[in-house]
Structure formats: structure tokens, C-alpha cells
Design a protein around this ligand. Structure first.
Ligand code: CO
Length: 173
């Protein structure tokens, strides 16, 4: 079935697109449209060979994201997180990140190593869960997208300028 995503018009948005700088709105309705959106976001993430995708990256300014790190940790499966909120974090780790909205750029970013997340699942059920490792890292990166933050924001002014000069990211991104 090839038609549904065309109907939803899910298309990747790239750095420089204003939607990536908006603070996304809370999801209120846990209806069929949300289920369809999640399904197609997971498909697009797989097509793009990403491990996480947030609503704003496909032009949906809502607080939802999908993650699939099963390529790294085999016990994991694709998951959706709605209205996620980091309620605690600890430690520090440095990991090289990339982003489907910033093709070709990979840089080291320092973030907390573990997080405790309050969120709703795709049915609207409220949950609280502790994450470490890759899940903690990907979730923090994707939750930043819901707040209009991109991973390159964390780079030094010098490194940012270098990327601008290389044409890897637009000026005033
Ligand atoms: Co990203």
C-alpha cells in the first residue's frame, strides 16, 4: 500500500526551515490520525536510515517522536513517545551525533548519560521510565527538536562558523 504517506504528505524538513525552530504543541487527541502519523513516521525514519525522528522534522509541530535503535541494540523495537518530558538526568557522556535534518554533519555532543522520562504512549497512557545508553541519547536529541533546538546549537562558535563556511549549514541557521 503506497498511498497513505502521500495522503499525509510527510516530507523531511531540513535546517533553515522555520518549523525546526518552533516549540511544538502538546498532543491532545490520541485518535486514528495520530496512529497513522506514527506509523508513517516510523516508515520514513527507516527509509532515511535514521534512529530517531521528531514531529517537526516532518513539518508536524506536535510533541511526538519515534525511535528505533534495534540496529544497535537487538532487543529494542520501534517506539513512539508522545508529550515526553525529562524529569531527571544524571552523569555526562560525549557521543558523535548526526541528524536527518542536517545531512552530512556529524559532531561530538556532551549530554547527560541517563534520563528519567515522563511520557504518554500511542494510546495516551501516562508512563515513567528510566533510560541510559543509546536510548537516553536519542531521546534527548529528539526532545530537543520539540523545543526548536538542533544538535549543532551545542557546538562552539568556531565549529559552527567552520560548518557555515563549508556550506554544511546555512548562515543564521
Ligand atoms: Co535530529
Amino acid at each position: 500500500m503506497a498511498f497513505p504517506r502521500k495522503k499525509l504528505k510527510l516530507m523531511m524538513r531540513y535546517i533553515g526551515d522555520p518549523v525546526l525552530r518552533q516549540k511544538a504543541n502538546e498532543v491532545i487527541e490520541f485518535d486514528d490520525h495520530l496512529q497513522e502519523t506514527i506509523k508513517h513516521m516510523i516508515e520514513l525514519m527507516h527509509e532515511e536510515e535514521g534512529i530517531g525522528l521528531a514531529g517537526p522534522q516532518v513539518g508536524i509541530s506536535k510533541r511526538l517522536l519515534v525511535v528505533d535503535i534495534s540496529g544497535i541494540e537487538k532487543t529494542e523495537t520501534p517506539r513512539a513517545f508522545i508529550n515526553p518530558d525529562i524529569i531527571a538526568s544524571a552523569g555526562e557522556s560525549v557521543i558523535e551525533e548526526g541528524c536527518l535534518s542536517i545531512p552530512g554533519v556529524r559532531e561530538e555532543v556532551t549530554r547527560p548519560e541517563t534520563i528519567t522520562l515522563a511520557y504518554q504512549d500511542e494510546t495516551g497512557k501516562r508512563k515513567q521510565e528510566h533510560f541510559d545508553g543509546w536510548m537516553a541519547r536519542v531521546l534527548q536529541h529528539e526532545i530537543d527538536h520539540l523545543n526548536g533546538i538542533l544538535f549543532v546549537d551545542y557546538l562552539s562558535p568556531l565549529k559552527k562558523q567552520l560548518l557555515v563556511n563549508q556550506g554544511a549549514i546555512p548562515e543564521n541557521f
